[in-house]
Design a protein around this ligand. Structure first.
Ligand code: GLN
Ligand code: ZN
Length: 762
């Protein structure tokens, strides 16, 4: 009996981001719909063949998407909002749901669906909008087409379908829907479409489907748990259906949910939650297969094949080989495609890594060797060797870094004096007007800036030339800010591509890939640094530019750092120690940077933490522990500052309502935060909570090219002043200005400064 190997999903974007190019060219009107579909089909073919060639038995289909699989599910269920339904052409309608449709000439302006993060990943999905009396109707064409397309290659696939409860929980009710309704109340309306889909797939002779219900790893209330039970009972009672694998990932499930069902197979994530294995086996329906997600689909490290094999062998002992499958822990959507495309990676670090292609080989090797007394596959020996060097490497274990981290004590987490004392020292030092104005850090990264960087990276310009270019940009930026009349300046961040990459490149312990792209949403990809080793700062990272910028003006210029949580959150992080320990090392490096900035005469330092909220674990019971070490890491990075050094932080992208106490506990002297899109609702929460330090609610929404008027921003400011004492308020945009153009920025900031002046005068 051979154990089967399974993959829950392949990256879609292409090893060379072919999908991104095909989409963007289609959107720009440079290629036809047929060309787009041909590129997509070529990618699917390539991915299917890659899985087959790697030795994967259970190969997914419908894991591909032109934009997003949740959007695809909405379309398959006929959940198309009225504003999009009016668009006749299906592909135009699809992209209108994904990205909005604007045609100024014809007065068309159809907003997209909202976008939000997929569970605790950095992948963003489109939030389906449902009516309270939503009528669902099945359109299985994409799912069936992919099954047939794979068959043309001689492959049987296991279509991936987002399950009804996760679909409903991921959706929202359309604005104006009847109060009191919840999306989950639509379960009985949507189930017939799922039943019809299963019947269609059965008619098509599809043997298995992968029904994803990732909501099973989140905090569910009793209604949701009951809904899962009801949905599964009904779908599994369908007279004609393929066999159903219920897939969950990222955390442990409550095994009760699967007990007493008629499921044919269950998939669990044993990379993230290996401890659930026995409980799941105990609860597994009689004769059901267990798919063991032992190869981590969320990270880039080689799997410890011996440890994974031990889990597989244990499951085989308990269930028999015929009821066990070896699989990726989740879809490989969240990892880069192929390590083989990396030519410049340090060979030592490279030997520790596995991208999607390598992970498929690991799954296959584990499956092949599962029933053998000892593994003969050479991949096992290679892995042992690689893991041993990883454990021994001086780059993963730097005694000086470890010793220092072990010595961190409580005193290092506190500023010398409490905020009121510091505020006094800072007021004496800075003499700022009421409602001081500032910006968040970056100024427009124009095509000039990008071109200069590209040409320097390519060796076409010298270091000195590039440096001179950046000095000119920085000087011009300082001059513009002075001309506009901003009180607290920034240097503009022209030397940085990305706020995490910049620090990763200057710190020890990080590696960078050339092609390690991961889909963030639609055609957007990110290339996270790989945090593989102990983090140390060989030399100051930002002091030169900060000192240079400060030398140009008598106004304070903020030093600008990316915070430890954000660096952690936006990297692929080592898995051989707790994230908290890694974060502490980053914090210590930043603490040294703060000290060096201070010594260079920088009097205000901003430590950005836009990603602090998104690190929150999936389950509420784990929140407190995370927030404790997260807040401590920020405090460790910032608390070495003198009382009269003003520490700023900035946060955006998230809902902060539920972590106000922790934000306050970070004890930054000044917090700037995104509020303009939520119309200051957040601020009322801050008012009620009585945020103790100073705060700059964003009055200028930088996510739109619109230039807000003086009156608009003054109005926001006055509304802020009603809930927060005026002496605590700062005036700033809600995020960095890097993606905007100079002309709009200049006008918007001029208006912002004027709004502050008018507010002062009142
Ligand atoms: N200082 C950064 C900037 O202005 C902050 C970016 C962010 O919050 N994402 O670009
Ligand atoms: Zn921001």
């Amino acid at each position: 009996m051979r154990v089967h190997a399974a993959c829950l999903g392949h990256p879609r974007i292409g090893a060379d981001r072919e999908l991104k190019r095909a989409l963007e060219s289609f959107w720009a009107g440079k290629s036809s719909r047929e060309e787009l579909e041909a590129s997509a089909a070529a990618l699917r073919r390539r991915h299917w063949s890659a899985m087959r060639d790697a030795g994967i038995d259970a190969i997914p289909s419908n894991d591909f998407s032109l934009y997003d699989h949740v959007l695809d599910t909405a379309i398959a269920l006929g959940a198309i909002p009225a504003r999009h339904r009016a668009i006749d052409d299906p592909i135009a309608r699809y992209f209108a749901m994904a990205r909005g449709l604007q045609d100024r000439a014809n007065g068309i302006d159809v907003p997209a669906l909202e976008m939000t993060k997929w569970l605790d990943t950095n992948y963003h999905y489109l939030v389906p909008e449902l009516d309270a009396d939503q009528v669902f109707s099945l359109d299985p064409s994409k799912i069936l087409d992919e099954v047939r397309e794979a068959r043309a290659l001689g492959l049987e696939t296991r279509p991936v379908i987002l399950g009804p409860v996760s679909f409903l929980l991921a959706s929202k009710l359309a604005p104006g829907a009847r109060g009191g309704t919840r999306t989950l109340d639509l379960l009985d309306r949507v189930l017939p479409s799922y039943e019809a889909l299963l019947a269609r797939l059965a008619a098509e002779n599809v043997a298995w489907v992968q029904l994803d219900e990732p909501c099973l790893v989140t905090d569910l209330d009793d209604d949701a748990i009951a809904a899962i039970g009801r949905a599964l009972d009904r779908l599994l009672a369908s007279p004609a259906r393929p066999r159903v694998l219920l897939a969950t990932y990222f955390r442990a499930i409550d095994p009760d949910v699967i007990a007493r069902t008629r499921l044919d197979a269950v998939h669990v994530d044993l990379a993230r939650a290996p401890q659930q294995l026995d409980a799941v086996i105990d609860a597994l329906p009689r004769e059901a297969t267990l798919s063991l997600g032992v190869v981590d689909g969320r990270n880039v490290w080689r799997t410890d094949l011996d440890a994974a094999r031990a889990l597989v062998r244990h499951a085989i002992d308990r269930l028999g080989a015929s009821r066990v499958q070896v699989a990726t822990s989740c879809s490989l959507l969240h990892v880069p495609v192929d390590l083989a495309s990396e030519r410049a990676l340090d060979p030592e670090v490279r030997s520790w890594l596995a991208f999607a292609a390598q992970k498929l080989a690991e799954v296959a090797a584990l499956a092949r060797s599962a029933t053998l007394e000892s593994p003969v596959d050479p991949l096992f020996a290679q892995t042992r060797e690689a893991l041993a060097t990883r454990r021994r490497s001086a780059r993963t274990h730097d005694p000086a870094v470890r010793e220092r981290a072990a010595r961190v004590d409580d005193a290092m987490l506190h500023r010398a004096s409490p905020y009121p004392v510091r505020a006094k020292a800072q007021r004496a030092r800075f003499d700022l007007p009421r409602f001081p104005t500032t910006t968040i850090g970056s100024f427009p990264q124009t095509s000039d800036v990008r071109a200069a960087r590209a040409s320097w990276r390519a060796g076409r310009t010298t270091d000195a030339e590039y440096r001179a270019f950046l000095e000119r940009e920085t000087r011009a930026c300082i001059e513009r800010q002075e001309r506009i009349g901003i009180d607290v300046l920034v240097h503009g961040e022209f030397e940085r591509t990305d706020m995490v990459e910049h620090f990763g490149e200057l710190l020890e312990g990080f590696a960078f890939t050339e092609h390690g792209w991961v889909q963030s949403y639609g055609s957007r990809c990110v290339k996270p640094p790989i945090l593989f080793g102990d983090v140390a700062r060989p030399e100051p990272m930002t002091v030169d530019w900060a000192r240079f910028a400060q030398s140009l003006t008598s106004r304070p210029v903020k030093g600008m750092l990316t915070g430890p949580l954000t660096i952690l959150q936006w990297s692929f992080v080592r898995d051989d120690q707790p994230r908290a320990d890694t974060c502490k090392q980053i914090a210590l490096a930043l603490r040294d940077e703060v000290r060096d900035l201070e010594a260079a005469g920088i009097a205000m330092i901003q430590v950005d933490e836009p990603a602090i909220r998104e690190g929150l674990p999936l389950r509420a019971r784990d929140h407190a522990a995370y927030l404790r070490w997260a807040v401590d890491a920020f405090r460790l990075a910032t608390s070495g500052a003198r009382d009269d050094t003003q520490m700023h932080t900035h946060m955006c992208y998230s809902e902060f309502r539920d972590i106000l106490a922790e934000i306050a506990a970070m004890d930054a002297d000044v917090l700037s935060i995104e509020t303009s899109r939520s119309h200051m609702e957040l601020l009322e929460d801050f008012g009620r909570f009585r945020y103790p330090n100073e705060i700059g609610p964003g009055v200028y929404d930088i996510h739109s090219p619109r230039v807000p008027s003086v009156a608009e921003m003054r109005d926001l400011l006055e509304r802020a002043a009603r809930v927060i004492p005026a002496e605590q308020l700062w005036v700033n945009p809600d995020c960095g200005l890097k993606t905007r153009g100079w002309s709009e920025v200049e006008r918007a900031l001029t208006n912002m400064v004027e709004a502050a002046r008018e507010a002062r005068a009142r």
